[in-house]
Write a protein that binds this ligand. Structure first.
Ligand SMILES: *[C@@H]1O[C@H](CO)[C@@H](O)[C@H](O)[C@H]1NC(C)=O
Ligand SMILES: *[C@@H]1O[C@H](CO)[C@@H](O)[C@H](O)[C@H]1NC(C)=O
Ligand SMILES: *[C@@H]1O[C@H](CO)[C@@H](O)[C@H](O)[C@H]1NC(C)=O
Ligand SMILES: *[C@@H]1O[C@H](CO)[C@@H](O)[C@H](O)[C@H]1NC(C)=O
Length: 489
């Protein structure tokens, strides 16, 4: 009984909260643009908002459960400003079955004051190949599904959603019926863009009543001329060595072509003639480019069979930098898999390089700590990284370790990594991430101290090993002589 009372009380509080929220703003316009890709969809929603009461400072953005599941990255800015706004992500609002994101406006609005908020998200797994299978010479076509209305706790004067493909080949799209908020045609197509709306005078929509009564599902079927690259698994190991003043990065990558699965057999002859006439099939992933850091050396690229020699690398010179990386200077690696990766196929390879430690690390004499920056990953444009593990291996004996990832990891662990000639082992930090996109290109900063004696540990270990070898060699010589004498006998 008490429980039920409490529950009722709680529900009434939440309801009151939303009701209260609905009075603080109205949307004078919502414009959403979804840019369709192969593996990623960039969705930009602009909310033109007007305050309905004085000192309105917290605006709520809403995602439906389906949008929440697909959204891998979200950032909210005020139009005309670069800095993202502070967003407080809320749990599911169970009463209305929506996810709430509260945005703190930099300056509270007074009554009737307006501003524009830009909500940028990246969706992964929002598209899928359709048909699911295609022959080697077939077109590649995909489907994108989404909700018709952008949900909001506030009433909206006008709303419009554009869905834009890269090439003007829209095969079909849903025409919604019985739209209450327009008297005109509910959807139009022009070139590569399908536009839903404008729809007028939409009441607060982030409640189950509106969703049940009005929300609709729409599907766009479109042509896409680029392979759908996905990285199923990325395992990055970054090893910091003060002794060699080196940062080694080693990536073990499982690449997957997420396009339609190959129907029938792969014809190498057909593939060769397609390549010869410079008309590569969009369903075949046969090369991609990566931007690697400037100043790297000893670049290696091998797969299960061995060294892959068909790749090309254009190196940019080393640029020791302050901790703000210069993104304009990078080496370009054109990676060619050993075989063309067809729809549904996988390709496993390893890519790595050495870089001067000075390019990504420095010593802060004030705190007595080293600081090293390791990129979370090397971005492959328009590809999702399903599962990433980034391991940073610190020098032996490092202490006072602190780390600053650019965005929170799923989980992180500290372990000890022991390699050849190590005495106590090296501390290693491991970060796990899921569904990374090309927006997740940040740098993990790690700071640590290395006591003076720890610096000596490696040379000592090496010296001991050398002396050991020397003794061994002397022993061998004796053995050799004895054998020799025996042979002579
Ligand atoms: C806000 O605008 C409405 C309609 O334009 C007007 O009636 C109202 O007086 C305005 N309020 C303030 C505080 O300016
Ligand atoms: C691997 O191939 C590259 C590119 O042809 C070549 O420069 C490199 O020497 C090769 N490495 C080995 C270990 O064979
Ligand atoms: C590719 O890898 C996935 C798992 O990562 C597996 O389910 C699939 O069967 C593989 N495809 C091929 C053609 O081996
Ligand atoms: C961390 O998360 C990954 C998946 O993201 C999982 O495979 C792994 O077991 C987790 N590790 C720990 C220690 O929880």
């Amino acid at each position: 009984m008490i429980l039920r009372c409490r529950l009722a009380f709680l529900v009434s509080i939440i309801a009151a909260n939303l009701a209260w929220a609905a009075h603080s703003f109205e949307n004078t316009a919502i414009v959403r643009t979804a840019e369709l890709g192969g593996s990623l969809v960039h969705v930009t929603t602009t909310y033109a908002i007007k305050a309905l009461e004085p000192k309105a400072s917290i605006y709520t953005v809403v995602l439906s459960p389906d949008e929440q599941e697909k959204t891998s990255w979200l950032e909210i800015r005020q139009k005309g400003r670069q800095a993202p706004l502070q967003v407080e992500a809320h749990e599911l609002d169970a009463v209305n079955n929506v996810y709430l994101y509260n945005v703190q406006l930099p300056k509270a609005l007074s009554t009737n004051e307006t501003t524009n908020l830009i909500v940028e998200t990246i969706q992964t797994h929002a598209t899928y190949p359709w048909p699911e299978q295609a022959a080697q010479n077939d077109d590649q076509t995909l489907k994108y599904e989404t909700d018709l209305y952008v949900l909001s706790p506030y009433k909206t004067a006008v709303q419009r959603s554009k869905i834009r493909a890269l090439v003007p080949r829209i095969l079909s799209y849903t025409t919604p019926e019985d739209i209450e908020f327009t008297t005109e045609i509910p959807v139009t197509k022009s070139g590569a863009t399908v536009t839903y709306g404008p729809y007028h005078n939409i009441p607060p929509s982030s409640n189950s009543e509106f969703v049940q009564k009005h929300q609709k599902h729409v599907t766009v079927h479109y042509g896409h001329d680029f392979p759908c690259a996905q990285i199923t698994k990325l395992k990055r190991a970054a090893e910091i060595s003060h002794w060699g003043a080196n940062l080694n990065i080693n990536d073990d990558i499982v690449l997957h072509n997420g396009g339609p699965a190959l129907k029938g057999h792969f014809s190498r002859l057909g593939y060769q003639s397609q390549t010869f006439y410079n008309r590569p099939a969009p369903t075949i992933l046969n090369w991609f480019t990566l931007h690697l850091p400037a100043g790297i050396r000893n670049v290696y690229y091998y797969d299960l069979i061995g060294n892959v020699s068909t790749s090309r690398l254009r190196l940019a010179p080393s640029a020791p930098k302050t901790l703000t990386a210069n993104p304009n200077q990078y080496s370009i690696m054109e990676v060619r898999p050993r075989y063309p990766v067809l729809g549904g196929w996988n390709y496993t390879f390893t890519l790595g390089w050495d870089a001067p430690l000075a390019d990504s690390g420095s010593f802060d004499s004030k705190t007595g700590k080293y600081i090293v920056g390791v990129p979370v990953m090397t971005v492959l444009p328009d590809a999702v990284v399903e599962d990433a593990e980034v391991k940073i291996i610190l020098p032996e004996g490092a202490t006072d370790i602190e780390f600053f990832p650019p965005f929170p990891a799923k989980n992180q662990t500290i372990s000890t990594h022991i390699t050849y000639l190590d005495t106590v082992g090296r501390p290693a930090l491991t970060f796990h991430y899921e569904r990374l996109t090309d927006k997740h290109s940040g740098i993990i900063y790690v700071t640590y101290k290395v006591p003076f004696l720890a610096h000596l540990r490696k040379p000592l270990a090496v010296a001991t090993a050398f002396i050991g070898l020397f003794v061994l060699a002397m022993g061998w010589r004796r053995v050799d002589t004895r054998l020799d004498t025996r042979q002579k006998l």
